[in-house]
Design a binder for this molecule. Structure first.
Ligand code: HEC
Ligand code: HEC
Ligand code: HEC
Ligand code: HEC
Length: 605
């Protein structure tokens, strides 16, 4: 656990809400993508629950069919975050599936849905993520995907138009109880609302799909559960889409399996509902061998599926209710082994997508081996081509910009760039230039290679430049070259007012908004961060020992507020190791003022 705010301030202080907003409000968690992936950890064996993969599976029998279960990846094409280690990502999933195929196992995939991001700044980017995910799943041999809440919120028609309408191709979207609503509120049957388009054989949204996996015909059905149906109505994701009764759709699915040319030997239900509801369905529909359901919120995916043996189940048979967690961090692997009685024995293995599944080799070698890397590169190119960093992102005023509007006379604060500060703050600038902040955008250009072009992706750029989410902040390399990297104003806010008028106290104060909550006693010097010696001493202590170190309440509060400001970028996803005690000394630039103070007029060069 990162521990930037080890102790609460000892006394409540009068924080102005705006300052709080500016400094401690965390950015929404975004789908951020990792960095240069290191080469695969050689010889590292994956252990799950302390045991090697597949060690409970028959040792000298190959599975007759293997299904990889995934879902709720939420547009995370890559592991989320900038710091290692992170789990997940489509590249690793594809490489992992290849390792199974290399054993001679016949493998197919089934995905629950929720391919579209949970949160996205620019909707078009959500669509590009959806396309990339579907292309990657197709290359991995997926049969079908479900329809989840994020897919509905992202605009189901747009998403279908972006993939399946282009060409009839797997994975097929299954949500058998989806229907339309016309503008009078009358139900439009699924096959009218999501029809078979001319030249195709399948509707845009189907009920079932049967595919051979090895020599085992596998039947897949998909439905949306009642809770999601009600949420979709309440949230009005799309008033022209609704969902029928789940049970009726499932009866129809079972009938379709019965009438299929090749009767499925293994049946899977993609169920967009929670585990408890899935277990009830398993009672009523023992025809399904496996139900893939939504992940239980805030819980790691269970190592083993829940086994349901309802009163309708034939003796000895159970339905497995499978959950695989969120964000593509895990996949569930089902092995079907033909038994002497002519049936199938089912085995299960949960697999976290760790670094050992990074495609080995140089970037070029890896790309030849793993098609997903090409798909990600295509995605990065489309983001660059279709999304305009300068125009498509929302820009809110920085809290200092709001404050400055209230000054008399009011001031329109703009970002001016670190070079402008250098003119008077030579030593601070030199200190800053030595830190990784001074070249933070280069990491996107030079380190991130799978895929590349991340300097054109706002989801990455926003923490690697100055003021991306604020008015007059970074737009792109051509329009705002002076705002590249994590500059002075990434922490201090837009500085045009202070640069033009360094002696104006109010404008200078706006550069340290975090101090606004701190009450300074009359006649005392301003409160500052503790010095490096203290920070470095604390860095070595555990949380309990840290708690015993007494700091003046105002200093503690400063520390907490500054730490909160850092964590806008050094957040849980991107830097889970962040610790203000360890990090501040590395970027500290206090006490560097010339003896006579900073010049009020920029010295001539
Ligand atoms: C023209 C010279 C000049 C420029 C350019 C300049 N500063 Fe300053 N800066 C000063 C002076 C003078 C002070 C001291 C003001 C005072 O004590 O009232 C100061 C004070 C500060 C302080 C407050 C220090 C404290 O005591 O709390 C910060 C922070 C700061 N500057 C940041 C910046 C940043 C960021 C930029 C670029 C956006 C910048 N300065 C550009 C002259 C300048
Ligand atoms: C919420 C803020 C945030 C976002 C969004 C973000 N980063 Fe970062 N990034 C950071 C921070 C903080 C660090 C420093 C982490 C550390 O020191 O461990 C970092 C470091 C990096 C590094 C350097 C790692 C190294 O080994 O030197 C790379 C490369 C990188 N990020 C790439 C990306 C890419 C690619 C994206 C978009 C997919 C992205 N970042 C999005 C905050 C962010
Ligand atoms: C990572 C965030 C961050 C960046 C980047 C940053 N600063 Fe600061 N700066 C701070 C914090 C936090 C303080 C307050 C330190 C304290 O209370 O001792 C500070 C303090 C200062 C001070 C007051 C120093 C003193 O001796 O009291 C000046 C001047 C300053 N910064 C200028 C700059 C300039 C110029 C740049 C860019 C070249 C810059 N800062 C970049 C966070 C940052
Ligand atoms: C605008 C986003 C942003 C803010 C705010 C920010 N950082 Fe960073 N920081 C980054 C990025 C991005 C990197 C990685 C740069 C790279 O590796 O190229 C980074 C890297 C660092 C590193 C180097 C880490 C390493 O592994 O060597 C330190 C130390 C650091 N930041 C400290 C801080 C502190 C302390 C604060 C708050 C006072 C802060 N940062 C605020 C974005 C930010």
């Amino acid at each position: 656990m990162p521990d930037p705010t080890p102790r609460p301030p000892a006394r409540a202080t009068s924080l102005r809400p705006l300052a709080l907003l500016a400094l401690v409000a965390a950015l929404p968690a975004i789908a951020s993508i990792s960095t240069a992936d290191p080469p695969a950890a050689k010889g590292k064996e994956t252990l799950v629950g302390g045991a090697p993969l597949f060690d409970k599976w028959p040792a000298n029998q190959k599975p007759d069919a293997v299904i990889v279960f995934t879902g709720q990846t939420f547009g995370l094409l890559q592991p989320c975050g900038c710091s290692r280690p992170q789990t997940g990502g489509l590249e690793r999933r594809a490489y992992f599936i290849d390792t199974l195929k290399a054993k001679g196992w016949p493998v197919a995939g089934i995905d629950l849905g929720d391919l579209y991001p949970e949160k996205i700044a620019v909707r078009d980017q959500g669509r590009l993520k959806y396309i990339a995910t579907m292309n990657a799943l197709r290359e991995m041999g997926y049969i079908a995907v479900g329809v989840g809440k994020t897919d509905l919120a992202g605009g189901l028609d747009t998403l279908l138009g972006a993939y399946v309408l282009q060409k009839e191709q797997p994975p097929y979207t299954l949500a058998g109880n989806a229907v339309g609503l016309d503008n009078k509120g009358q139900v439009v049957p699924r096959l009218k609302r999501f029809p078979v388009t001319p030249g195709d054989t399948r509707p845009l949204i189907g009920l079932t799909e049967v595919a051979d996996v090895g020599a085992v015909p596998v039947g897949v059905a998909g439905v949306v559960g009642k809770a999601l149906k009600e949420e979709a109505r309440a949230e009005k994701f799309d008033p022209s889409i609704d969902f029928d009764d789940t049970g009726a759709a499932l009866k129809a699915a079972v009938a379709e399996f019965g009438n299929a040319k090749k009767k499925p030997q293994l049946t899977v239900l993609i169920y967009q509902g929670g585990s408890a509801d899935a277990q009830k369905l398993a009672q009523d529909f023992p025809q399904f061998n496996v139900i893939l359901c939504q992940a239980t919120p805030n819980a790691p995916p269970p190592l083993m599926p829940v086994q349901v043996a309802g009163k309708f189940h034939p003796p000895g048979q159970k339905t497995l209710v499978v959950e695989v967690g969120h964000k593509g961090q895990h996949v569930g692997v089902l092995g079907a082994f033909k038994n002497a009685a002519g049936g199938l024995d089912l085995k299960y293995q949960l697999v976290p997508m760790g670094e050992e599944f990074i495609t080995p080799g140089t970037d070029d070698e890896a790309r030849k081996k793993n098609k997903t890397l090409d798909i990600l590169e295509t995605y990065a190119k489309s983001v660059k081509a279709e999304i305009d960093l300068a125009k498509d992102y929302r820009r809110d005023p920085h809290p200092a910009q709001i404050h400055a509007q209230g000054l008399n006379p009011k001031v329109n604060l703009t970002y001016v760039g670190s070079d402008a500060c250098q003119a008077c703050h030579v030593a601070e600038h030199a200190q800053w230039a030595k830190t990784p902040h001074g070249h933070a955008l280069d990491a996107l250009e030079n380190i991130a290679k799978r895929p590349s072009l991340r300097q054109f992706d706002g989801e990455c750029v926003k923490c690697h430049v100055v003021g991306f989410e604020h008015q007059t902040g970074y737009q792109d390399e051509k329009k705002t070259p002076h705002l590249k990297h994590v500059g002075c104003e990434s922490c201090h806010g837009p500085g045009s007012g202070h640069v033009a008028n360094p002696k104006n106290k109010q404008l200078t104060e706006l550069l340290s908004l975090w101090k606004q909550g701190i009450v300074v006693e009359a006649g005392k010097p301003p409160v500052k961060m503790p010095d490096n010696a203290f920070m470095e001493k604390m860095a070595k202590l555990g949380p309990e020992e840290r708690g015993k170190e007494a700091l003046a309440p105002a200093v503690q509060l400063t520390l907490n507020l500054v730490g909160g400001a850092c964590m806008k970028c050094h957040d849980q996803d991107n830097d889970p190791h962040f610790d203000i005690y360890k990090y501040w000394p590395k970027v500290n630039h206090s006490g560097l003022a010339p003896k006579e103070g900073w010049p009020a007029v920029a010295p001539k060069k």
